[in-house]
Design a protein around this ligand. Structure first.
Ligand code: CA
Length: 388
C-alpha cells in the first residue's frame, strides 16, 4: 500500500458576528483539512490547527514540504513517516507551523490505518476506557463593547450554555485585570449550584496581574485558570501554580515530546491541555500523554476547529487511561465551542450532533464507533467553502 497524494483543503466563511479573545478580534472562521490518498482507494482525513493566513501557509508546508518526503511510502508506517518528516524539518522548525502541518498528515494516516483494519482509532490505541465523555461548553468571547455590556452578555451566555445541558463552561478574559474580575464574578454567579466554570486568558497577563485575577478566582471557586501568562514564561507558571488554589492549565501552544518534557518538569501545570492537531498528531500525542501521566499531570485535551478535530479528540479521550484510577476516577472532558461554527456542524456526511447529545445525555457525548475516525466529510460542503 502506498501514499499517492496529499492535499490540503483550507475552508473559510464570514462569521455572522465578530468574536474575540485577549489577543485579537476575528470575523472569519477557517479550517484546514488534510486528505491523504492511497493506491488502494482508501482516503484518510486529518486537521491542522491554525486559523486564517496560518492555515494557508501550513497548506504550503503540507503540500510543498511534507508530501514530497512521503509520497510512495506505506501509510501504515506512521511512526517511520513521523520521524522521517520531523528529522528532515528539524533544522527549520521543531515547534509551530511545521509541527501543525505534520499533525494533520499524521491524523490522516491514523484514519487510514483504522479503515485498513476495520477498527476505530480508539481501538488502535488500546481500547476505550470510557464510551462517553462529558463535554464542557466554551463561549463568552470578547467583543467591541463596554465592560458593562460584557457583564450583561456573559450573564445571558452562561445561562444559555447551562440550558444546552453542559455541566461546565469556559469564558474568555482580556479586558484588563479589574474588568476581568467583574466578568468572572458574573459567570461564577451564573454557574452557582449548577456546574463549574473555567477561565481562559490566552496568555494576556503579567505574573502580578495573573495573581490579581487568580486570587479572585480562588474565592469564586473557578475550576481552572488557563494560559494566564505567556507560554515561554516558565517561572510565571511555576509561581502561579505554587501560589494559587485554582488549577493552572495550559500547553496548547507547546509542541512535541521535548517541549512537553520541559513544561512538565517545570511543575507549572495542574492540568495539561495538549492540542493533537498542533503538537505532532496522534503519534506524538501518545508520547506527550505518557509524559503527562508520568508526571501525574491530568490531561484535558485542547480542541479547536472542525468536526474532524472533534472526532479525533473523542477517540483520544476514550483511549485515555484513568489517572490515578479508582471507583470514581478523575475524568477528562471534551472541549466544545458553542459559538457559530459551520465546520463543526455541517462538514460531515453524518453529523456528530454534539449539541443534541449533550442536551439528551446529561452533558455527555458518545465516541464514534466506525473505522478510523468514524466520520467522513461531505465533499460538496468542502467545495462550497474551500478558500485554497
Ligand atoms: Ca485556550
Amino acid at each position: 500500500m502506498k501514499i499517492t497524494r496529499m492535499q490540503s483543503h483550507v475552508l473559510q466563511y464570514d462569521l455572522p458576528e465578530e468574536l474575540g479573545y485577549s489577543q485579537q478580534y476575528y470575523a472569519r472562521r477557517t479550517a484546514h483539512l488534510v486528505e491523504v490518498s492511497t493506491d488502494e482507494g482508501i482516503t484518510g482525513w486529518g486537521e491542522c490547527f491554525g486559523p486564517g493566513p496560518i492555515a494557508v501557509a501550513n497548506k504550503g508546508i503540507v503540500e510543498g514540504v511534507i508530501a514530497p518526503m512521503v509520497i510512495g511510502m506505506n501509510p501504515m508506517d506512521r511512526d517511520v513517516i513521523w520521524h522521517k518528516v520531523y528529522n528532515l524539518m528539524r533544522d527549520h522548525g521543531q515547534k509551530g507551523m511545521p509541527m501543525q502541518a505534520l499533525s494533520g498528515v499524521d491524523v490522516a494516516l491514523w484514519d487510514i490505518a483504522g479503515k485498513v483494519m476495520g477498527q476505530p482509532i480508539h481501538n488502535l490505541l488500546g481500547g476505550a476506557h470510557r464510551s462517553k465523555v462529558p463535554a464542557y461548553g466554551y463561549g463568552m468571547m470578547l467583543k467591541r463593547e463596554s465592560v458593562q455590556d460584557h457583564v450583561a452578555r456573559f450573564e445571558d451566555e452562561v445561562a444559555a450554555i447551562l440550558d444546552m445541558g453542559f455541566k461546565a463552561t469556559k469564558m474568555k478574559t482580556g479586558l484588563g485585570p479589574e474588568a476581568d474580575v467583574q466578568l468572572c464574578a458574573a459567570v461564577a454567579r451564573g454557574v452557582e449550584g449548577k456546574g463549574r466554570f473555567m477561565v481562559d486568558a490566552n496568555h494576556c497577563y503579567t505574573t502580578s496581574d495573573a495573581f490579581y485575577v487568580g486570587r479572585a478566582l480562588d474565592e469564586m471557586g473557578a475550576y481552572w485558570f488557563e494560559e494566564p501568562v505567556a507560554p515561554e514564561d516558565r517561572d510565571g507558571y511555576r509561581e502561579l501554580r505554587a501560589g494559587l488554589k485554582t488549577n493552572i492549565s495550559g500547553g496548547e501552544a507547546e509542541f512535541g515530546r521535548w517541549g512537553w518534557r520541559d513544561i512538565l518538569e517545570n511543575r507549572g501545570l495542574d492540568i495539561a491541555q495538549p492540542e493533537v492537531c498542533a503538537l505532532g498528531g496522534i503519534t506524538e500525542y501518545q508520547r506527550v500523554l505518557a509524559l503527562c501521566h508520568a508526571h501525574f499531570t491530568p490531561v484535558v485535551n485542547h480542541v479547536w476547529g472542525s468536526a474532524i478535530a472533534v472526532a479525533t479528540n473523542l477517540h483520544l479521550l476514550a483511549a485515555m487511561p484513568p489517572l490515578p484510577g479508582g471507583l470514581f476516577p478523575w475524568e477528562p472532558m471534551l472541549e466544545f465551542d458553542t459559538t457559530h461554527n459551520s465546520f463543526r456542524d455541517e462538514l460531515l456526511q453524518d453529523s456528530l450532533n454534539i449539541q443534541a447529545q449533550v442536551s439528551q445525555n446529561g452533558g455527555y457525548v458518545s465516541v464514534p464507533k466506525g473505522p478510523g475516525l468514524g466520520v467522513e466529510p461531505d465533499r460538496e460542503f468542502i467545495q462550497k467553502y474551500v478558500l485554497t
